[in-house]
Write a protein that binds this ligand. Structure first.
Ligand SMILES: [Zn+2]
Length: 504
């Protein structure tokens, strides 16, 4: 570590961006490299100097390097979680243990239409108090919609309102956002017409961003919703990311092949559509999402909603402020205890302020088919303190269960879905690959033991098998403990940030 001290002295007159940890060099020897491109594993040493990868291949340790014996381990680029809900949690938990222990080095925040605001202020705070992980942020469609329409959002927006939203999207992009996110299955975003989204997506496209959507329906009308997302991409000339792609009701089970054909056809005619998926057959959201016609107190609608997901035994209540004693019990079990029907209990819960639920309503066959598409990435839809095992288990679960145990995809392909694929999507030039000159976001994991341990009743249990994680060359996870590094950066296209500075 002292080898680097001479380099520091040379720039001592400049303000130090971070004073706490001295730059240091590492040589990781004897590991198998999954470089992020999907290429087969190969034996390679990796040398890290300061915040960069200095050499790959036959790199020998230099005097003063810390040498890491990676025998039996895989060296991979840090995992980029393209759909992460940690935006409000990072300030209180900058070590982000539940994230870095999975190998995550970058989180993309503000998905599902809901983002911090103003974007510039949020990112400035992340720069002032860096976390262990890098952050990028989307502008939330519902966030700007609410700013413009206030409580009068249960309708289509008027053209002048769309224009005001467009100005806010532009502001967010100039302040450093990487795209526009929408959550069209939710209260505020759900009232938007397609045209409104096209107009806003055009603004994000002009500023080099992508359109990322929790689409309008993930259930019986999922195909209409896929078509709408594709149409928005086509009309706004913007890359589209379908968030947590799924087929979430009995009526659309076994239809992954048709969904894939629809998206492949769009891609073939030049629409840039990709998706991400979390490795679970259960989703987590608010209880009202179950009822697509939004008639939460109308028994026939509620009854159909519960039938569509295979019954009330598939709905686990994970958060309900009015009755915490219901938490981690199913709707079915609580209803039987209360000697009322599950439909009546549902209606009561919504009246009592609603609840967070985990709903087992997908089938592995469809999850597998999506994961086997080259355009599907790994995204957690989780984050710090998520009451779903995906929050602490997503990346190790893919590597342990889908790669090692079930052979759905190869290890290099799984790593590509976690690294180069999302990096390309977000135009993060120096990340997502292990190549000389790239930023040293690096993960070392044991392919024989890596595995999620979080469960639906114990969603916070940390995974096994991730040995070391570096962010910008600083250790953030080391042999089962946080490494102390806080080198997480704000990732935004530099051209846009410059534009925003010069426009002030
Ligand atoms: Zn979502």
């Amino acid at each position: 570590m002292f080898a680097a001290a001479a380099g520091c002295a040379a720039i001592a007159s400049r303000p130090a961006p971070r004073a706490q940890t001295p730059a240091r060099a590492w040589t990781i020897v004897g590991g198998q490299l999954a470089d992020g491109s999907g290429a087969p594993l190969r034996q390679a040493n990796v040398r890290i100097a300061g915040d960069r990868i200095a050499a790959v291949g036959a790199a020998a340790p230099q005097p003063g390097d810390a040498v890491v014996d990676a025998k039996g381990l895989v060296i991979a680029p840090g995992f980029i979680d393209i759909h992460n809900h940690s935006s409000s949690e990072l300030a209180g938990d900058p070590a982000a243990e539940s994230q870095v222990s999975q190998g995550i080095t970058t989180v993309v925040l503000g998905p599902d239409g809901s983002s911090p605001w103003p974007i510039g202020e949020y990112l400035a705070e992340r720069r002032r108090n860096p976390a262990a992980v890098n952050v990028a942020v989307m502008v939330g469609h519902a966030t700007v919609r609410r700013l413009v329409m206030n409580d009068d959002y249960k309708r289509a927006a008027r053209p002048e309102e769309v224009a005001r939203m467009a100005a806010l999207v532009d502001q967010g992009m100039r302040e450093g956002a990487v795209g526009l996110s929408s959550g069209l299955e939710y209260e505020v975003g759900g009232y938007a017409e397609t045209t409104e989204l096209v107009e806003l997506a055009k603004v994000a496209a002009r500023d080099g961003g992508i359109y990322m959507s929790h689409i309008r329906d993930e259930a019986d009308k999922a195909f209409d919703a896929f078509r709408e997302a594709i149409a928005i991409g086509e009309r706004a000339h913007i890359p589209v990311q379908i968030s947590h792609i799924k087929l979430g009701t009995v009526g659309v089970w076994h239809k992954a092949a048709a969904a894939i054909a629809l998206i492949d056809a769009a891609r073939a005619r030049g629409v840039d559509v990709t998706a991400d998926a979390y490795p679970y057959n259960a989703w987590s959201s608010t209880i009202t999402v179950l009822v697509p016609d939004k008639r939460y107190d109308y028994p026939p609608s509620v009854e159909k909603a519960l039938d569509d997901v295979g019954g009330a035994q598939n709905v686990l209540i994970v958060r309900h402020a009015a009755h915490p004693e219901y938490e981690f019990r199913t709707l079915d079990a609580v209803a039987r205890d209360q000697k009322i029907t599950a439909v009546d209990l549902f209606i009561q819960i919504v009246k009592d302020g609603g609840a967070g639920v985990v709903c087992t309503s997908m089938i592995d066959e469809d999850v597998r088919a999506f994961y086997q598409q080259p355009w599907v990435m790994v995204g957690s839809d989780g984050g710090i303190n998520t009451r779903h095992p995906r929050g602490a288990g997503t990346f190790p679960k893919v590597l342990g269960r889908y790669v090692r145990e079930q052979h759905w995809i190869t290890l290099p392909e799984a790593v590509r879905k976690m690294t180069m694929a999302p990096a390309r999507r977000l135009k993060l030039k120096d990340r997502g690959r292990i190549v000389k000159g790239a930023v040293a976001d690096v993960v070392l994991f044991d392919p024989r033991t890596v595995l999620d341990r979080s469960t639906f009743s114990d969603p916070a249990t940390l995974p096994d098998g991730v040995e070391k994680v570096f962010v910008s060359g600083e250790l953030v996870w080391d042999a089962g403990k946080p490494g102390g590094g806080r080198a997480g950066q704000v990732l935004a296209a530099p051209s846009r940030v410059l534009k925003s500075v010069s426009s002030r």
